[in-house]
Design a protein around this ligand. Structure first.
Ligand code: SF4
Length: 322
């Protein structure tokens, strides 16, 4: 695999809470190859969106980044000053945030919002060149150039989400982080937006981190999938391998809870609830919900171990695949 475009090492984020410290991201490490598509999945509150914000140093009080390293093309981001970080957002790493289509300014035309993003990063073009650049960007995401003159309320949900992707890619970032980019869209539009994201990503040669909880959608889009539970990565594997031979009991439970046309009947849920991040169970945080949990699981926190074929999993009982 080519050298990583993004390397995250031992990233830790916590939030101060009157009842105790909430460890939202607890020692997460992974790397991303140029052009790779990595999915991060898990139940709500598992820390995946917080991690996306932490990569961009966008955690606001009462949250804080407690430690760890994030490198983009070998450059350590934790030592950059605020101005350098502001410039890097969008130009180096672009975020399509959760609910981003609602973050469009309702009283600005789409073209003006793209123009703002470019100007904010020091791009200065003639009126004609700017209009061409905006038209190109809109066409890249499958929108007519005329959409530049529209206000957000004149667009459908799918069109607004594509406009957000156009803004995110306006400076040709090396990495795109898309946080639940299709939530609140119907399934047909979801698919169209994901196809747009895939095409844009290929054209730019950018790497993508797709954050979400829809394992089915993820499996169709990503190359590699990371499963998060209680602020930690519990399994990372190439998507085909994870779907056919999941190593972690939580991954297996997530896959079993997916609806399937082949196996009709009742859906299999995951017993219990995700734990409170300020009051995690001892040992393996999944042990109160795991049918395989033993004494060791209640005492010792499992570390990620190689499972063969580029996969890692954090479970005392997981066995590497030959
Ligand atoms: Fe289950 Fe134990 Fe593995 Fe945790 S370490 S997932 S409790 S078997």
């Amino acid at each position: 695999m080519s050298e990583a475009v993004l390397e995250v090492r031992d990233l830790r984020v916590s939030f101060a809470h009157p009842l105790g410290l909430v460890r939202a991201v607890d020692g997460v490490s992974f790397s991303l190859a140029p052009g790779e598509r990595l999915g991060l999945a898990g139940e709500s509150g598992c820390g995946k969106s917080t991690m996306a914000l932490a990569i961009l140093r966008m955690i606001r009080p009462p949250g804080r980044i407690d430690g760890g390293s994030v490198r983009l093309d070998g450059v350590e981001l934790s030592v950059l000053n605020e101005e350098a970080m502001r410039r890097l957002r969008l130009a180096g790493i672009a975020l399509v945030p959760q609910g981003s289509m609602n973050s469009l300014n309702p009283v600005m035309r789409i073209g003006a919002q793209i123009e703002d993003a470019l100007a904010d990063h020091g791009v200065s073009l003639s009126r004609t060149a700017l209009a061409e650049r905006i038209a190109d960007l809109l066409e890249t995401v499958g929108l007519r150039a005329g959409v530049a003159a529209s206000y957000p309320h004149q667009l459908s949900g799918g069109m607004k989400q594509r406009a957000c992707i156009a803004i995110a890619i306006c400076l040709r970032p090396r990495v795109i982080i898309a946080d639940e980019p299709t939530s609140a869209l119907d399934v047909v539009v979801q698919r169209q937006v994901m196809e747009t994201l895939a095409r844009v990503q290929r054209d730019l040669g950018a790497a993508v981190i797709l954050v979400g909880h829809d394992m089915g959608l993820m499996a169709q889009f990503v190359d590699r999938l990371g499963i998060m539970y209680a602020g930690r990565l519990v399994e990372v594997a190439p998507v085909g391998q994870m779907v056919t031979v999941p190593r972690h009991p939580y991954t297996r439970a997530l896959i079993s809870s997916l609806p399937s046309l082949e196996h009709r009947g009742g859906l299999q849920g995951i017993p219990g609830l995700a734990p409170l991040l300020r009051d995690l169970p001892s040992g393996c945080a999944f042990h109160p919900r795991c049918s395989l949990a033993g004494e060791r699981c209640r005492i010792e926190t499992p570390a990620l171990r190689p499972m063969g074929g580029n996969a890692v999993a954090a479970c005392h009982l997981a066995e590497p695949v030959a």
